[in-house]
Write a protein that binds this ligand. Structure first.
Ligand code: GTP
Ligand code: ZN
Length: 373
């Protein structure tokens, strides 16, 4: 394996120039455990690295801290010394989530992603509004957007084509392909994006076939298991806890819990947006706490009675908060699982770290102090 296999290019090489003379090496981050990071170097070795104080203090916001996919300057420690991240190279792309309203709060999901593949289908999952959301964050990231209209075997050819056409009209820059993830041959269109050194990530609603696509790409070496195992705390790629993996036939895949978050977040916003006109109407209700049922002076019911509002959409609007609440609950549950896992990992990391720094660590602090005096 070389640096090029894991995404290195001329621009990174140039940015790295001042660090070579320090004796530091380029490394790509494969895992973020908060205190430590997994750092992959050109020969394929992966180090457990800590961030130096400077990198931490120079970060003005959390978004400036190293993230999975980032290239860093790594000082490889001799013998039992720590491996230290000395600097982070500027990102070429940045796939992130911005909190609604608080534009300063940005959560970086993955850095230096070249292609984001959105998986959808021509049937139950199809939503141009949601697709528009995805396109917004992909465009902002700087990555290329690719869409798979998957499960083509379940829908009429004309419907698949119509769906693809509508998505293309939404974003002429995007490549849109019709696929069937259960047929390996159908996924050969993805090869062009999975070239050596190209970093790809996959996104899309639950059940559209992301895992199926990945399992085809990964072959037998890894198998995709979606849920975090409650017992072992190990998620996804069962053979490794890495969030950045090199695919057997070239290309780099990033997958982490943050991507799942983006999906749910997108769903919530999309749901709300779909009712923006009704929410606008609600502002004209006589009472601020109007439930839009039998309340006097309800602008929504007035629109309904005047035939300006579709009854089905009205029903949908009334259920909107419940729907969003459901989404939030599932997100919360997921988050708690992930947090439990990362806390457990963090504790283990801290223990290991302390042991390395202080081999006498097993002694009770008080005993040690008395012994020393
Ligand atoms: N008929 C058909 N079924 C498919 C296709 N792709 C995936 N499936 C099936 O759809 C179901 C869901 O697929 P997954 O790959 O688990 O979907 P996912 O997007 O990973 O879902 P989450 O893990 O919930 O995010 C599975 O039973 C797949 O076998 C397809 O192209 N055609
Ligand atoms: Zn009302």
């Amino acid at each position: 394996m070389t640096l090029l296999d894991i995404g290195w290019n001329a621009a990174f090489e140039e940015a790295f120039a001042p660090y070579y003379k320090e004796g530091w090496v380029p490394a790509r981050l494969t895992r973020d455990n908060k205190i430590t990071y997994g750092a992959l170097v050109g020969d394929g070795d992966e180090y457990e690295a800590i961030m130096c104080g400077k990198v931490y203090h120079d970060a003005e916001t959390d978004a400036d801290l190293p993230a999975v996919g980032d290239w860093v300057a790594l000082e490889v420690g001799q013998e039992d010394q720590e491996h230290v991240i000395r600097a982070r190279l500027p990102r070429q792309t940045c796939f992130s989530r911005k909190m609604a309203g608080k534009s300063t709060e940005e959560q970086v999901i993955a850095a230096n992603v070249d292609v984001v593949v959105v998986v959808t289908d021509a049937g139950t999952d199809f939503s141009l509004r949601r697709m528009e959301r995805y396109f917004t964050i992909i465009t902002r990231s700087g990555a290329k957007a690719v869409v798979l209209v998957n499960k083509s075997d379940l829908y009429e050819k004309a419907d698949n084509e119509e769906a693809a056409e509508q998505i293309r009209a939404l974003n002429p820059e995007a490549d849109v392909h019709i696929t069937c993830a259960t047929k390996k041959r159908s996924l050969s269109v993805l090869r062009q994006y999975l070239k050596k050194g190209q970093t790809v990530t996959l996104i899309g609603s639950s059940g559209v076939g992301k895992s199926s696509v990945l399992n085809q790409l990964l072959g037998d070496e890894y198998q995709w298991t979606d849920d975090v195992n409650e017992l072992t705390g190990k998620g996804r790629h069962t053979t490794t806890a890495r969030e950045l993996i090199i695919l057997p036939k070239g290309g780099i895949l990033i997958d982490n819990p943050g991507i799942k978050e983006v999906q749910m977040w997108t769903n919530e916003i999309t749901l709300r947006e779909g009712f923006a006109d009704i929410e606008q109407l609600a502002l004209q209700c006589k009472f601020g706490d109007c439930k839009h049922g039998k309340d006097a002076g309800c602008a929504i019911r007035a629109a309904l009675e005047a035939g300006k509002l579709d009854a089905g959409r009205y029903e949908g609007f009334l259920k909107l908060d419940d729907e969003i609440e459901k989404l939030r609950r599932s997100r919360k549950k997921r988050q708690m699982t992930v947090e439990r896992r990362s806390k457990r990992e963090l504790r283990a990391q801290v223990r290991q770290y302390e042991k390395r720094r202080d081999p006498e660590h097993e002694l009770e602090p008080r005993e040690r102090r008395q012994g020393g005096k």
